[in-house]
Design a protein around this ligand. Structure first.
Ligand SMILES: Cc1ncc(COP(=O)(O)O)c(C=O)c1O
Length: 434
């Protein structure tokens, strides 16, 4: 019998032969992938283990965690855990099978839609699998090549990618700048007038921007409707559950839900799960239902997710004390940081960005010190997401934190900020942790 010896052919690029795809990809790992060697497992793809709470295990040691969007602390709430477990025992993870349009619909999916609609006070809600793919695909369904999209410059990737699919014009306005938004609306209007008005305008922004915590200026954008003809889509991933009198989000907080034509949120934050939804008119909800390719051609949410979402929504609605606790922690953390002279940018939401200044090397040395010596785990954001030289530490307070957690963190932040100022983290290298 002859042994089969695998043959590897060494690729020699030359002018007259195409480049092997894999070889090409591996020469440019991308903006994040290029740091994989130094960052994997520590700055990127870290593993937080144990029950979801303010204290979790990272690299074998307990750390105080400020990086989970578990705003209301529902992830490990006993009633949620019980509902998730019971629904999994009752239905398993498979049911219902298939896309909702074909064979994957259920009374529970429809009940969840009705309850969400009544909670956010929109006539109808359409449940979707995931926020990211839902948003991409809703934008794709809503506009055609004659239409113009006007959107915020710092929109989440799901909006940016939805806009990328758009075959017509797109005009970006300066981040959270209503004047710039109006200018882009005027441009859009002119373009449509010149083309014989075959198209329409869709404006997209966010309720709360997840990096900075600033609220989108939704009310002011809604006011522009008195001058321009457009429809408004708002991604309120970080506002839903955390903002507003009843927790219905940033549009409720700004008193402008009626002017928002399509309200979107995900279950990935306050609801501590997966799945997402759009709230709008019955007609547009039906339009989306029959036209969103990500839903028509993908499996519907499994029953434990849907039943679990019903329980989470019930708690979100009936336990305002969870939101009150969240805001007690937010106010103590943000108030304490401001008192100590930290720059929190423009946040008006639980998202707490702490801005410092230093090189990429210094950012990593500071984070290592925070994690290894102070046992505090938070996310760090550097250039190109923020301007060169800015170190953004992002803290997400939740109802699962305590005032003691806040005190410990304030003291640690004062100490690391002083060390940064004294040059104790000075290095030009990314500090690699093996
Ligand atoms: C603003 C915003 N929109 C959409 C999403 C995507 O939601 P999902 O995680 O459900 O895909 C996220 C992140 O979760 C987000 O922060």
């Amino acid at each position: 019998m002859r042994l089969k010896i695998p043959i590897t052919i060494k690729f020699e690029p030359s002018n007259n032969c195409i480049v092997d795809l894999f070889e090409k990809l591996l020469t440019r790992m991308g903006p994040l992938g290029q740091h994989a060697k130094a960052a994997e497992g520590y700055y990127m793809f870290p593993k937080l283990e144990g029950e979801i709470s303010s204290k979790m295990i990272f690299r074998g040691k307990e750390r105080l965690v400020w990086s989970l969007n578990n705003y209301l602390g529902l992830a490990n709430h006993p009633e949620v855990r019980e509902a998730d477990a019971a629904a999994t025992a009752d239905f398993g993870m498979a049911y219902p099978m298939g896309a909702r349009m074909m064979s994957g619909n259920s009374n529970y999916h429809e009940q969840l839609e009705k309850e969400l609609a009544s909670f956010i006070q929109k006539p109808k809600v359409l449940l979707v699998n995931y926020g990211y793919q839902g948003m991409v695909s809703a934008i794709d369904a809503l506009v055609d090549r004659h239409d113009v999209i006007v959107y915020d410059a710092e929109s989440h990737a799901c909006i940016v990618d939805g806009v990328r699919l758009h075959a017509g014009k797109r005009f970006m306005f300066k981040h959270n700048d209503v004047e710039s938004c109006e200018k882009q609306l005027q441009r859009a209007q002119r373009l449509l007038d010149e083309g014989g008005n075959r198209g329409s305008i869709l404006v997209i922004t966010e309720g709360v921007f997840g990096m900075t915590g600033a609220q989108g200026r939704i009310k002011e954008i809604v006011d522009l409707k008195s001058k321009y003809n457009f429809r408004l889509l708002v991604d309120d991933a970080h506002g839903f559950g955390a903002m507003g009198k009843t927790g219905a989000g940033a549009c409720e907080a700004q008193g402008c839900m009626d002017g928002v034509d399509i309200y979107f949120s995900t279950f990935a934050k306050s609801m501590a799960s997966i799945g997402a939804f759009f709230g709008t008119t019955p007609e547009i909800a039906d339009f989306l239902k029959y036209n969103m390719r990500s839903q028509i051609f993908a499996k519907s949410l499994p029953m434990p997710i849907v039943v679990g979402a019903l329980k989470r929504l019930e708690l979100l609605r009936t336990k305002p004390e969870l939101r009150e606790k969240l805001w007690t922690i937010v106010n103590a953390l943000q108030g304490g940081l401001k008192e100590r002279g930290f720059d929190l940018g423009k946040t008006t939401s639980p998202v707490t960005p702490v801005m410092m200044h230093g090189s990429l090397g210094e950012a990593t040395a500071l984070v290592v010190d925070l994690r290894e010596n102070y046992n505090i785990f938070c996310s760090v954001v550097v250039y190109p997401v923020v301007p060169k030289g800015v170190i953004l530490l992002r803290l997400i307070p939740t109802a699962a934190h305590t005032l003691e957690d806040v005190e410990v963190t304030l003291n640690a932040f004062s100490e690391v900020a002083a060390k940064l100022k004294e040059g104790k983290y000075a290095t030009n290298e990314v500090v690699a942790m093996s």
